[in-house]
Design a binder for this molecule. Structure first.
Ligand code: AMP
Length: 278
């Protein structure tokens, strides 16, 4: 596996390739969810490049940025074993030679609710770094997890608006045995908190099973949040049912049959997000 940490070595790598390039952007602390994206890229493309970069412009709380887990040696070992061809380890200066600034974008309704509402500047920072990567890496395919569903929709929108010649490939959510969505942030949970976080999945699935097409969604969201909050350590930021095209809240399932449930829950100091088809 080639390790790339300069613009020159990235250009040389790109020039040397014959065939298609798949790109998997990550912030490291890799787990089986990330590796499922790598496997998908390996199966669909001739070469796979994974980036590991904790992008400061998408963090609106510096504590979260400082505490973000960093496990580089282990990450490199996992990627090597997976058969990844190259890993990009960019310096801040390589991506942000003019300082840590985000571009502006027109996300429309896609960034209105959920993470767009709760984390100001998050998606601008994410889209800034993703477009910088697309510009440097020039991938044919880029792989994004449905775990960050709103991010996936926004990346697709930016690619469409700006005519990036890259195909965005969505990848299903990988979960632990108890259903907790895999996340680098799970490493920061204490054992007790981890037990509580493991209950989120079943509570949401049970509530979805009980949701009828004409039921009042707001009342359902409140009940679901109350059930989550009844578990020690859990503090719900939102439970929201949104349509999958515009990511706006729906009145009932009758009017929006392809809706998804989106949740953000604090578990101790760790903020967990997840989403579920209805
Ligand atoms: P991150 O390192 O958290 O920025 O994630 C890098 C990529 O991996 C993003 O496209 C995420 O959506 C994806 N990802 C993270 N966790 C999971 C998971 N549990 N299942 C599937 N994809 C994931």
């Amino acid at each position: 596996m080639i390790e790339i940490d300069s613009l020159q070595s990235l250009y040389d790598f790109r020039q040397s390739l014959n065939g298609t390039l798949g790109f998997v952007p990550t912030m490291g602390a890799l787990h089986a969810g990330h590796l499922s994206l790598v496997e998908k890229s390996l199966s669909m493309t001739d070469h796979t490049l994974v980036s590991i970069y904790v992008n400061p412009t998408q963090f609106n709380q510096s504590e979260d940025l400082d505490k973000y887990p960093r496990t580089l040696d282990r990450d490199l070992e996992l990627l090597k074993v997976a058969g990844c061809h190259a890993v990009l380890l960019p310096s801040e200066n390589m991506l942000y030679p003019e300082g840590l600034k985000s571009r502006t974008f027109e996300f429309g309704t896609l960034a209105q609710e959920m993470e767009g509402n709760g984390r100001p500047g998050h998606f601008e920072g994410m889209a800034t770094v993703v477009t910088k990567f697309f510009d440097l890496v020039k991938p044919d395919f880029a792989f994004f997890g449905e775990k960050d569903y709103q991010q996936l929709c926004i990346v697709r929108e930016v690619v469409k608006q700006e005519n990036w010649p890259v195909e965005i490939v969505p990848c299903a959510i990988s979960r632990e045995d108890d259903g907790l969505a895999m996340s680098s942030r799970n490493l920061r949970l204490t054992n007790d908190q981890r037990d509580s976080a493991g209950k989120i999945n079943q509570i949401i699935l049970d509530h979805i099973a009980a949701l009828g097409p004409k039921d009042n969604i707001e009342a359902w969201e409140r009940e679901c949040a109350a059930a989550l909050n009844a578990i020690p350590h859990l503090d719900t930021e939102y439970v929201m049912v949104c349509d999958t095209k515009r990511l706006l809240r729906v009145q009932n399932l009758d009017s929006s049959p392809t809706a998804r449930v989106f949740v953000a829950v604090r578990c101790g100091k760790v903020r967990l997000i997840d989403n579920f088809p209805v």
